[in-house]
Design a protein around this ligand. Structure first.
Ligand code: PHE
Length: 343
């Protein structure tokens, strides 16, 4: 009996000294003292060696140590459980984050980026400018003085507070701003939105996008313009596509032309897209008018340049099979969701 008493005192000391600081140690504690092969089971087995008259007292002592071990175990359990939760909340940086929907890229932006990236291969940089312009940058400097009949070619929105301000009708205004800076040569692309007072329908809109290009250096010729645009068309529509130029008129270029490509849908056989002509018009272009250069303090005897401008919505409609221009600006998520998030 005395031996058992000694054993129990020692066991109690062991229980108190057992180091527990997390859930794993707690389980070690349970196995060491309360498990099927644990220390308590071992001392319980001693009971049969105790003389029968002392068994009652011995049984009481054993029960006491058992419930003491169980209560210490419960305390460890409570303490380490909360510690585990706190630890995971503050330090587990390896857990994956919750996924965030990133939306999709607007089809007009996709088309614009595609056009821009082709010209970037030829060394064109991107320039941007204001959407509300003064008369000089949108018209005057572009060889369209007040009352010039060609102003009617672009139905303009005027800003009520200031009769000198317009919503830009083309991104050619950015060409002027860049030429005025006085650093030459220039090889620039000007993407952006433009505004014209047109009736809104499936085929026309008062708000749309353009990409214009400008190249000014010594000895730039119409041949350079043709070659540049031919490169663009081949990259954009494929190697088999043909181009043709038709004489045209823009006040800011001389000579001026409109460029068609052979219909990439029917390869010239005739379809609704090319209106059975075999050709699709894609842009206007020409050699920068000497007056425009002069307006920007550039000597037309020394420098020449070409410019071109194209719409973004029309090629986007053809590429993505969109049949109504209004879809681009209504921002209906059912439409926008159909375009992937990347590129
Ligand atoms: N600015 C013209 C337009 O909006 C396009 C263009 C640009 C034509 C440059 C020729 C040269 O219609």
């Amino acid at each position: 009996m005395e031996a058992l008493r000694q054993q129990l005192v020692q066991l109690r000391q062991e229980i108190d000294a057992f180091p527990v600081h997390d859930a794993i140690n707690t389980e070690d504690f349970r196995i060491r003292f309360l498990g099927t092969m644990g220390a308590l089971k071992t001392v319980m087995a001693e009971l049969k060696n105790v003389p029968p008259e002392q068994r009652k007292e011995a049984g009481q002592l054993l029960n006491e140590i058992k419930s003491y071990a169980e209560s210490v175990y419960q305390q460890h359990l409570d303490r380490t459980r909360t510690t585990t939760v706190e630890t995971s909340r503050t330090t587990d940086r390896s857990r994956s984050g919750s996924p965030q929907p990133i939306g999709s890229r607007h089809p007009v932006t996709r088309m614009k980026n595609e056009i821009v990236s082709i010209f970037q291969k030829l060394g064109f940089a991107v320039a941007e400018g204001p959407e509300i312009e003064d008369d000089w940058h949108n018209f005057g400097a572009l060889n369209l003085p007040a009352h010039h009949p060609a102003r009617d070619m672009q139905d303009t929105f005027y800003v009520q507070q200031n009769p000198d301000w317009v919503l830009r009708t083309h991104t050619s205004s950015v060409q002027i701003r860049e030429m005025e800076k006085g650093t030459l040569p220039l090889r620039l692309l000007m993407p952006g939105c433009v505004f014209r007072n047109e009736t809104i329908s499936a085929r026309s809109h008062c708000f749309f996008h353009q990409v214009e290009g400008l190249y000014i250096d010594e000895q730039v010729s119409f041949a350079d313009l043709k070659q540049t645009l031919y490169f663009f068309v081949q990259e954009m529509y494929g190697k088999d596509v043909q181009i043709r130029f038709r004489p045209s008129y823009f006040p800011f270029t001389e000579p001026s032309a409109e460029m068609d490509i052979s219909c990439f849908i029917c390869a010239g056989a005739g379809c609704p897209v090319c209106k059975k002509s075999g050709w699709v018009e894609i842009l206007g272009c020409g050699m920068v008018h000497p007056n425009v250069l002069r307006n920007c303090q550039i000597d037309p005897e020394k420098y020449t340049g070409f410019a071109f401008g194209m719409g973004v919505e029309r090629p986007a409609m053809l590429k993505y099979g969109v049949n109504d221009l209004r879809l681009f600006s209504e921002n209906d998520v059912r439409f926008l969701r159909q375009f992937p998030a990347v590129s």
